[in-house]
Write a protein that binds this ligand. Structure first.
Ligand code: NAD
Ligand code: MG
Length: 390
């Protein structure tokens, strides 16, 4: 039996992972499932999958979780330390699908155990890519990308020599406001931003798709994961979301990964790797699709993309600053403290203030330093949002 743990089991990626595992229950033993506020769902799945342990990230919800699990054999735990403990329990495969930089520490802990890490939590690579890769290497663990674009690149690179890679192109749907006139974006609401044309995802990543901050994170993730130069990485808007990424080689060949948008492909690929097994995803009918279109990823419309380039050039801990500033500015937008068009200026100003002390960015990429700089960037973001309001 393959021992499986899912971090962020109650979320969109977590539920898709359970959907795949649930189709083949005899093959898998669920070790731990984690969630946050959605206690009922967490307990329901932990009982139904006969998990050893269920953990909520919120220490104040331990009693609720105990209650929801009463009468079952599932152990209950809560809080950040319980998450780390869950990550250190022996497992063969762990899905990292917490949203935000909160996913970093549990992911690192799993790698330290030598566990294969299926990584949906792109924030881990953005905040501490080199630390993730070196930890995996030191403990003989593998990291399998689950972000659809990075899974696509990973698959296109199998059997290839990295030295022959000229460029990597990741696609973006363009999100909810792709076709809006720029003048209207100032009045865009969180509710409007949280609807995605093609993908069904959690609220935060869906809004990040509308602002293109999701693609910005993914550009940085590409650089960190595949260790290629920023100048080799491009983003292109592809409204149909059928091609997820392309790898260009020095002989001019472009290898594309094509398929209908369904995260169970990338999750299933990581689950069965290095084998390929049958997956319950729709098969693409090219004739029915008819055509695919592409547009430039305009950095004026989506300043997040320009900021991502600056972050890739700056390196060091600037990815952690960028991510934390974005997380906080996104909170501000969801809480209607700032407008949609203020998300990027807040992030840019945080980057500028924190980077003014070069020592902040050039400090070693350790978990402690990432936690420190993440905290500092959030404080700066709050200050800036208060200044805007004032
Ligand atoms: P989601 O909001 O649906 O789920 C997030 C999960 O994380 C939930 O289980 C929630 O309980 C948990 N969580 C939230 N805050 C937490 C905290 N502070 N500590 C511990 N747990 C916490 O998000 P999602 O759409 O499933 O995305 C999860 C991750 O996968 C993100 O990093 C996202 O960028 C990435 N991703 C998602 C998709 C997608 O299709 N949904 C695609 C590619 C990458
Ligand atoms: Mg993606």
């Amino acid at each position: 039996m393959k021992r499986i743990t899912i971090f962020g089991a109650t979320g969109s990626i977590g539920q898709n992972t359970l959907d795949l595992i649930g189709r083949d229950r005899d093959t898998y033993k669920v070790v731990a499932l984690t969630g946050d506020q959605n206690i009922e769902k967490l307990a329901r799945d932990a009982i139904s999958f006969d998990a050893e342990l269920a953990v909520t990230a919120d220490p104040d919800r331990l009693d609720d979780l105990r209650q929801a699990l009463s009468g079952s054999a599932v152990e209950a735990a809560a809080g950040p330390e319980a998450l780390i403990e869950a990550a250190s329990r022996p497992a063969d495969w762990l899905m990292s699908s917490i949203v935000g930089s909160a996913g970093l520490a549990p992911g690192l802990k799993a790698l330290e155990q030598g566990t294969s890490l299926a990584l949906a939590n792109k924030e881990s690579m953005v905040c501490a890519g080199s630390l993730m890769l070196s930890t995996a290497k030191a403990h003989g663990a593998s990291i399998l990308p689950v972000d659809s674009e990075h899974s696509a690149v990973f698959q296109a690179l199998i059997g290839e020599d990295m030295g022959a890679v000229e460029r990597v192109i990741i696609t973006a749907s363009g999100g909810a406001f792709r076709d809006w006139p720029i003048e209207d974006l100032a009045n865009a609401t969180p509710e409007q931003a949280a609807t995605h044309p093609n993908w069904d995802m959690g609220q935060r990543i869906t809004i990040d798709s509308a602002s293109m901050f999701n693609k910005a994170l993914e550009l940085i993730e590409t650089r960190e994961f595949f260790e290629i130069e920023p100048s080799q990485i491009e983003a292109v808007v592809h409204p149909e979301s059928m091609i997820h990424a392309l790898v260009g080689f020095r002989d001019g060949a472009l290898m594309a990964h094509v398929g209908p948008p369904d995260m169970r492909h990338a999750i299933g690929f990581a689950l069965h790797y290095p084998e390929r097994k049958s997956l319950p995803v729709e098969r693409l009918d090219l004739v029915k699709l008819g055509q695919m279109t592409f547009r430039p990823a305009d950095e004026t419309r989506w300043p997040a993309l320009r900021l991502a380039r600056e972050v890739m050039e700056a390196g060091g801990l600037s990815g952690a600053v960028f991510n934390a500033a974005k997380e906080r500015a996104l909170d501000g937008f969801i809480e209607k403290r700032i407008g949609f068009q203020q998300i990027a200026p807040v992030v840019e100003e945080v980057l500028s203030r924190v980077s003014a002390n070069r020592g902040h960015i050039d400090a070693a990429i350790t978990l402690d330093n990432v936690i420190y700089i993440d905290h500092l960037a959030r404080i700066r973001a709050d200050e800036i949002m208060t200044e805007i309001k004032g």
